[in-house]
Design a protein around this ligand. Structure first.
Ligand SMILES: Cc1ncc(COP(=O)(O)O)c(C=O)c1O
Length: 310
């Protein structure tokens, strides 16, 4: 049994996708072709953001805004320890110091009440507090109302790690659209995944958008051979953009199916295990459906029983 059944999903989009790929092969524009521009415009309107900058992975989508904002040695960037390694890794890659803030036991997302204390401690260590990267774990957006209030008070800018939450929402706003910038991943097993690596950054900030576009292509300037800053090779392939365009056409339907299935799991498991808590006003993209067992032994027992059932 597969974690995500990508083969069945492929059958739904196969004909239209092959058509798109064939036209890319005929045209020969494999990098940053018109599919990439079309995708960026559709994703920006999906999240309600002014800009979408597609890129080569969720990791680069997190790294690029840090580079764009000049994050570097001596800076403290706050995030949670309960995440995929890339969230903290990019802070170190930028030369800054990751400072961990514990999660709330209800949602597993960053506990806004603990951010202030972490900032004070970072200052005592001689670091300059700059930004916070809340993670929307398992598909559930973090509490951006409380996080924004604290970030404003401490003059931190927010980079939303929406790698797992694309398609989720909080108070009617879609994941990826919170903070100064939001970063998502199109790794195949993500709620919206391509057939390789891919990612995207969302922002309403015009200046940030143009710096991100430069960083994506080696810090490119106005003409092909001028390079204004240090950047990376962070482009999205045309074929991956084509995959995402087709998957986007069935995405809302898939999110509804995930929601229906998650409810069905919760109804059946509630009496045996602690099931996910989705607070009022939130929608999860259900990147993962996770349950808590009462003890390590109980967890092991459930895992063995499930493995026995295949
Ligand atoms: C929370 C989180 N952040 C960042 C990433 C990195 O994304 P990618 O694998 O596309 O680089 C992932 C996905 O693996 C993730 O789950």
């Amino acid at each position: 049994m597969q974690f995500i059944d990508l083969l069945t999903q492929k059958d739904r989009i196969r004909t239209a996708l092959l058509h798109r790929i064939e036209s890319i092969l005929d045209r020969g524009q494999f990098i940053m072709g018109p599919e990439v521009t079309e995708l960026e415009s559709r994703l920006a309107s999906y999240t309600g953001s002014s800009h979408c900058v597609s890129c080569s992975s969720g990791t680069d989508a997190l790294l690029m805004p840090l580079l764009a904002k000049g994050i570097g040695p001596g800076d403290a960037v706050f995030t949670t320890p309960f995440t995929f390694v890339a969230t903290a890794e990019v802070i170190s890659l930028a030369g800054a110091t990751p400072v961990f803030v514990d999660v709330s036991p209800d949602t597993f997302n960053i506990d806004p009440d603990l951010i202030g204390m972490a900032v004070d401690e970072a200052v005592q260590r001689g670091l300059k507090p700059k930004a916070v990267i809340p993670v929307d774990l398992f598909g559930l957006p973090a509490d951006y109302v409380r996080i924004s209030a604290i970030a404003d008070a401490y003059r931190l800018w927010i980079l939303e790690d929406a790698a797992q939450s694309f398609g989720g929402s909080f108070m009617g706003r879609r994941a990826g659209s919170f903070g100064l910038a939001g970063a998502t991943s199109f790794f195949p097993a993500k709620p919206l995944g391509c057939y390789g690596d891919g990612g995207a950054i969302f922002t309403d900030d015009d200046e940030l958008d143009s710096v991100l576009r430069s960083i994506r292509v080696h810090g490119s300037g106005v003409d092909k051979y001028s390079n204004d800053r240090i950047g990376i090779n962070g482009r999205l392939d045309s074929i991956q953009a084509a995959v995402l365009l087709e998957k986007l056409s069935i995405f809302d339907d898939e999110l509804e199916a995930r929601q229906r299935i998650a409810e069905s799991y919760s109804n059946r498991l509630r009496n045996r295990l602690e099931v996910p808590r989705i607070p009022d006003g939130y929608r999860s993209a259900w990147a993962q459906y996770s349950v808590l067992a009462a003890s390590a032994e109980e967890r092991e027992r459930h895992m063995q029983a499930l493995q026995k059932e295949g």
